[in-house]
Design a binder for this molecule. Structure first.
Ligand code: CA
Length: 241
């Protein structure tokens, strides 16, 4: 079973916190609520959430001060923070981002916008946070050391091919459309053509050598990485010719 991403809502107004929590729950997140800075700190000490929605004006320590503190702390510094505030002017926006917030949203906000921004910060952070080794069909990828091997032999990949492979291996056997791959691998703020995906898939296959057949083209749909390719990869003892 997959773990739902946990989102800590730090907000002293119960009506707003409840509205956010309901929407998060309906959209595949696991909301946690802290109504003041002390409770928020206790939650963070217990377990790190995947993201924090942080209200600016809180009783006691302000959201701004919390953001600064959490950014300075090595344990919490990589948790994405979105600041929520009734103040909307440019000065405050800059102050919030300077304090270490990843994004900023002014009240009143649409829950749709909030969810979109939340997904965006999670996507931007996820490459750093995912550090476990993935293995599929003899291929092995270690995000912590940036190493890829096939049947114990190290392979050399460019940064985009590495990200692409990481994504495909993390969702093996599933078919991904080009636009899904653009969104997940290249990110939400890059405007590039879908043809770019084909170029990088081609480079990825070349870099993978005999394991290149594990990356399959699914006609009319996109690409998938499979442990059981239609064309079996050449064994390690076979010469490339
Ligand atoms: Ca408040």
């Amino acid at each position: 079973m997959r773990n739902l991403p946990a989102v800590l809502i730090v907000e002293d107004e119960p009506a707003i916190a409840e509205l956010i929590a309901v929407n998060l729950r309906h959209n595949g997140f696991r909301p946690l609520w802290a109504m003041d800075s002390l409770t928020a700190q206790r939650e963070l000490d217990a377990v790190l959430p995947d993201a924090i929605l942080l209200d600016w004006m809180l009783p006691g320590e302000s959201g701004l001060s919390l953001a600064k503190r959490w950014r300075a702390d090595s344990r919490t510094k990589s948790v994405p923070i979105i600041m929520l505030t009734a103040r909307g002017d440019e000065m405050d926006r800059v102050t919030g981002l300077d304090a270490g917030a990843d994004d900023y949203i002014a009240k009143p906000f649409s829950t749709k916008e909030l969810l979109a921004r939340l997904r965006a910060v999670l996507r931007r952070r996820s490459p750093d946070r995912a550090t476990s080794v993935v293995s599929v069909g003899g291929l092995s990828l270690d995000p912590a050391t940036y190493r890829v091997s096939f049947n114990e032999q190290l392979l050399k990949l460019g940064p985009t091919e590495f990200k692409l492979l990481h994504y495909l291996m993390s969702h093996a056997e599933r078919v991904h459309s080009r636009s899904q791959m653009l969104d997940k691998v290249w990110g939400d703020h890059v405007f590039i053509e879908e043809r770019t995906v084909d170029v990088h898939v081609k480079r990825l296959r070349e870099a993978l050598g005999p394991a290149g057949t594990l990356v399959e083209t699914v006609r009319g749909a996109g690409y998938r990485l499979t442990a059981q390719p239609l064309v079996a990869p050449a064994g390690p003892n076979q010469s490339a010719g």
